[in-house]
Design a protein. Sequence first.
Length: 161
Amino acid sequence: MTAANQTRSPRLALSVQHGIAASNLPSRFQLRKWARAALEHDAKIAVRIVGQSEGRMLNRSYRHKDYATNVLTFIFRETPPFEGDLALCAPVITREAREQGKSVAAHYAHLVVHGVLHLQGYGHEKKSDARVMEKRESQIITQLGYADPYGREARGVRRQA
């Protein structure tokens, strides 16, 4: 591997699908920006924005939970170049953003970052893994210009310039 290859940014092949039409959906440009910010290795990712019924069906079928959740990550290749799908449930994301007092865009950004990190092997089943993943999410989200989704700034942990 040459020095130029060692310093290049990871490559992203991104496809976007809309299973729902709504006025506040993120653009392809935004989705790409957020996914690239979390990318540590080359990846091929499909992002599908779904409605309540499709989100519920996916969560029930794959996680055996009978409700729509904000983001689901489906991993098809667990080594670089990673491959997988993200399903983002628009009504859940909009509702949660409102409940959390943040912009819909900020919440989408966080959930895309969260999903892309899952795709690359990050997890939150164990507390130690959750701390690592949340710290990485916070770094990425604040670098993107959004507030820390875990509120570390509010608890005295300040962003580094």
